[in-house]
Design a protein around this ligand. Structure first.
Ligand code: MN
Length: 497
């Protein structure tokens, strides 16, 4: 399993010295109670760490510098328990590079109507202090997420948890390295893009290596390790009889096991978080990585086919965001349509590389001809995606800037068995409806490659796009095509650099 970075989120409460030491001690005690309560809620994917109450500009500058310097700090939660004059926050926040969430909450849920006095009102005045803070955040043009409500409310905790997941995915991209074996599929536009700009915007790098280097690593794998891995396949999947030990096509399974071991070794040694490949250049490999890629995705690696490094990086970030949640996340491709006017459906798949984390049942392991590439029949896992709510996300390069496009979909069981289609697939109905969703996607310039997820929700991708300061185009319930087309025209101006 590729580990996500070990991170925490800093919880920072703002106040000032106006109210005296006793009030500040109470603010600190309340902060500790909020942080302990949130950590105990079970709704947060990362630990919250309480920081000292901020009361002056120098302390805030030092805090923000420390947050930026600490790779384990994935972001900050800010809360103005009392009034905290916001000019004190300019020096720190205007230079802060970590994401932050503004939690607009209050220690007490209910007002003590019979006993409330001026001291109580002065102590619990987030209604007042958070507006001062929000004004400054807007004045400085700071991207952030705002969550409103009592901190013990399950909805508030879920929103905070979702943002923390986005921050964790963002942290996983900072300094991440992705390896690109061979180049882009020849003449394909959408999988290409500006890797220099991507490194500046998202913090990851894409490094090219020749397929020959991978082939050498694959060739160096030993038979004993391949035996061991094939035995694991037997346990985990419904392996076709011909692929099992003693079967006449067992060598094809061993070929994928050898590729998996070689790829894994290459990725681990290079400190890579994901990879791309291209069926047009498999020099020295006997098959296109199929099963190997599926299993590496299931272990948390990013992947993009045909040189698609943008989807690879997005998939890695979404793997981290969705970790531990029900439903999986996979590389995906919009492939073919069922145009029944009663319920049009999209069949998504790829030639081989769909992650078994989204499978409805136990995948079957089969080997079939690929039809392109001219190599041996690759072994691959075949399954249907689990039905339910999901989304497709596509990161595209519009030339000078990036756009994230997300379509919410309802994944359904295939209406009939597909006995002659030997690939993993997902069948879904896009929202709000097929014609609107497809037209909106095409107008927005969305790719045929996506990161598909039943674990990551739209709120996480909203927060992620905000952290990256890139445009997000949402297609889902309530989308009206002509209105969306107008938004695309306006955003072309708004996001121009
Ligand atoms: Mn493809």
């Amino acid at each position: 399993m590729l580990k996500a970075p070990a991170c925490s989120i800093w919880f920072v409460t703002g106040s000032q010295h106006l109210y005296g030491a006793k009030a500040l001690a109470q603010v600190a005690a309340n902060t500790a109670a909020v942080v302990d309560g949130l950590n105990a809620s079970g709704a947060l994917p990362l630990p919250l760490v309480a920081k000292p109450v901020m009361t002056d500009a120098e302390g805030i500058r030092a805090l923000c510098r420390a947050a930026d310097a600490d790779p384990a700090c994935a972001g900050l939660v800010l809360w103005m328990h009392t009034f905290s004059p916001a000019k004190m926050w300019i020096g720190g926040l205007s230079r802060l590079s970590k994401p932050f969430l503004h939690l607009h909450t209050q220690f007490h849920r209910d007002l003590p109507w019979a006993s409330i006095d001026m001291d109580f009102m002065n102590l619990h005045q987030a209604a007042h202090g958070d507006r001062e803070a929000g004004h400054l955040h807007t004045r400085l043009g700071l991207e952030r997420t705002v969550v409103v409500g009592h901190w013990q409310d399950a909805r508030v905790q879920a929103e905070l948890g979702g943002w923390m997941r986005a921050a964790h995915g963002w942290a996983a991209l900072q300094g991440a390295r992705f390896v690109r074996f061979a180049d882009n599929m020849r003449n394909v536009a959408v999988t290409d893009g500006d890797k220099v700009e991507a490194e500046a915007v998202f913090g990851f790098s894409v490094l090219a290596h020749g397929v020959g280097e991978l082939a050498a690593e694959v060739a160096a794998q030993e038979d004993a390790a391949i035996d061991h891995l094939c035995a694991e396949y037997d346990q985990r999947y419904a392996v076709a009889p011909a692929l099992r030990r003693g079967g006449d096509r067992h060598h094809l399974l061993r070929g994928q096991a050898r590729i998996e071991l070689g790829l894994r070794a290459f990725l681990e040694r290079g400190g890579f978080s994901g990879f791309t490949d291209n069926f047009e250049d498999l020099t020295g490999l006997e098959q296109l990585p199929g099963l190997a890629t599926q299993r590496l995705m299931a272990d948390g690696y990013g992947f993009g086919a045909e040189g698609d490094w943008k989807t690879c990086a997005l998939l890695r970030a979404m793997k981290v965001m969705g970790a531990g949640l029900p439903g999986g996340t996979s590389f995906m491709e919009d492939y073919t349509y069922h145009l029944d006017p009663q319920r049009p459906l999209v069949l998504d798949a790829h030639m081989l590389e769909v992650c078994p984390s989204i499978a409805a049942g136990r995948p079957s392991l089969e080997a079939h001809p690929l039809g392109i590439g001219g190599k041996a029949d690759p072994a691959r896992l075949v399954f249907d995606a689990a039905p339910g709510a999901a989304l497709n996300a596509s990161l595209v390069d519009l030339g000078g800037r990036f756009r994230l496009i997300v379509n919410r979909v309802d994944t359904v069981p295939p209406p009939a068995p597909l006995p002659r289609l030997p690939v993993a697939r997902a069948v879904w109905a896009p929202l709000p409806d097929f014609a609107t969703a497809c037209a909106a996607w095409i107008h927005a310039g969305g790719a045929h490659h996506t990161a598909y997820s039943a674990a990551v929700d739209i709120s996480m991708l909203r927060a992620f796009s905000s952290m990256a300061r890139i445009e997000l185009v949402e297609i889902g319930p309530g989308t009206e095509l002509e209105r969306l087309r107008q938004e695309l025209r306006w955003s072309a101006a708004a996001w121009r650099r």
